[in-house]
Design a protein around this ligand. Structure first.
Ligand code: NDP
Length: 444
């Protein structure tokens, strides 16, 4: 049996009931085969793949808090510190009822390669809880965040582990978490990113993942002789990534015709009204039905189906495994030429294979959505230097980083004999830097 297959079997046996983690490991290891085969004897002896697929540390903890009725609630807290070979652990905190250890491990594993691709010195980690901020009062969210940080503070720090936002963790939650960290430790340091602008946050961090997604999409299309301007774009999600992806797509001359949330989706052939979308989602925190009610050109559909519309470019920006085989078939049927992942692993493996084998350019999330964490690394730099860059300075650095990521994944794919396969290119480029650092640091 090949080394890759052996390690995959070991991961499945040692991490039962964690299908998302298995899926992420499978996808990465499969595309690393050309690299592993070139160095198989050495990597085997060093157990490099066994080490890279095992988190350095996984912290599980109880998060008790009191709701508005005086009832004590208990949630599970997680922080998986996956790999610190190239820098302090870095990765978001997800607050969603679906969160479990397997999901956090899949996200932490992906984060290792994504962070490596950014070219900034950050390792990989991820955390979160099955707490659902939806429908909770601000006081309840604060009570949860304070309790969560009362345990987490002993495992994080500006040079140790720097969490950030993710699904369910926005500016409000980061603020409460930061306040509690500062209160317990007495340290005013960059322990979290995604902070508010008045207390160490970076300009353009809010926009970074969505903007970065469009910068790399534009660069990838350009490399293949296609203009983004004038194209029709289907976006899923209506959260942080989706909103700023839509905004940048429009600024670059494309037309965005869809957004979605967990209850339904909107088709707006006139082009999504970004100001209205922001009002509904960022200010009122309401459902997309409100968007459709306020916009005569918009049609609202219950449930799934956002990728059944005719589009040139699809940008899944909601959650994992949302773009399935039936969506991939509809996209190909409708002439879609590119899928670039704003969310983490939004495309199932089957759908990814279908899209790529039908000639659709496909940029995986670990490259395409790396703009968020790259800008978090820029926030860390500003905190360490105790200064703030302007929006345009950060945006220009983000643009350069995304262009470089594309160049690196494109070059790695070509070097290893799979030109145009950006999934392989991203995994190979991300892996090589981490693997080289791990080898240099010995058996740790
Ligand atoms: P948000 O919480 O701001 O938005 C998530 C969006 O996806 C919401 O519209 C939500 O709808 C929808 N959604 C969530 N779960 C489901 C589901 N099961 N089915 C359908 N729709 C769903 O999160 P972000 O925009 O920050 O994150 C989106 C994705 O991007 C995630 O995969 C995240 O890990 C990834 N990402 C985010 C980065 C960032 O900087 N924010 C950086 C890199 C990756 P509803 O409101 O109804 O729940």
């Amino acid at each position: 049996m090949s080394y890759v297959d052996e390690v995959y079997e070991r991961v499945v046996a040692q991490n039962p009931a964690q299908p998302e983690f298995h899926q992420a490991v499978r996808e990465v290891l499969d595309s690393l085969r050309p690299v592993i085969e070139r160095n198989e004897e050495r990597y085997r002896k060093e157990a490099l793949l066994e080490r890279i697929t095992t988190p350095e540390r996984a912290i599980l903890f109880r998060v008790p808090w009191v709701d508005d009725k005086g009832q004590v609630q208990v949630n599970n807290g997680y922080r998986v510190q996956f790999n610190s070979a190239i820098g302090p652990y870095k990765g978001g905190l997800r607050l969603h009822p679906s969160v479990n250890l397997g999901i956090i491990k899949f996200l932490g594993f992906e984060q290792v390669f994504k962070n490596s691709l950014t070219g900034t010195p950050i390792g990989g980690g991820k955390g979160g809880s099955d707490f659902d901020p939806k429908g909770k009062s601000d006081r309840e969210v604060m009570a949860f965040c304070q309790s969560f940080m009362t345990e987490l503070y002993r495992h994080v720090g500006a040079d140790v582990d720097v969490p950030a936002g993710d699904i369910g963790t926005g500016a409000r939650e980061i603020g409460y978490l930061y306040g509690q960290y500062k209160r317990i430790t007495g340290l005013y340091e960059g322990v979290l990113t995604g902070k508010g602008l008045t207390y160490g946050g970076s300009l353009a961090r809010t926009e970074a993942t969505g903007y970065g997604l469009l910068y790399i999409t534009q660069e990838m299309l350009k490399a293949n002789g296609v203009e983004l301007a004038g194209k029709t774009v289907a976006i899923s999600g209506a959260g942080n990534v989706a909103i700023y992806a839509a905004q940048k797509a429009e600024q670059l001359g494309a037309k965005v015709v869809t957004v979605s949330d967990s209850t339904g989706w909107v088709y707006d052939p006139e082009g999504i009204d970004i100001a209205l979308l922001k009002e509904v989602k960022e200010v009122k925190r309401a459902r997309l039905t409100e968007y459709a009610a306020a916009r005569p050109s918009a049609q609202y559909h219950e449930g799934r189906g956002v990728f059944t519309v005719k589009c040139d470019v699809a940008l899944p920006c909601a959650t994992q495994n949302e773009l399935r085989i039936e969506d991939a078939k509809a996209l190909v049927e409708n002439g879609c030429i590119a899928v670039c992942e704003g969310a983490n692993m939004p495309t199932t493996q089957e759908a990814t294979e279908y899209l790529m084998s039908h000639g659709v350019y496909f940029v995986p999330g670990k490259a395409a959505n790396a703009g968020g964490v790259a800008t978090s690394a820029l926030e860390m730099s500003q905190n360490s230097m105790r200064l703030s860059w302007t929006f345009d300075e950060v945006d220009a650095k983000l643009h350069d980083i995304m262009v470089n990521i594309f160049k690196n994944i494109d070059a790695a794919a070509k070097e290893y004999g799979v030109p145009g396969n950006y999934v392989a290119g991203a995994n190979i480029a991300g892996f090589l830097k981490v693997a080289t650092a791990m080898e240099a640091q010995g058996v740790v």
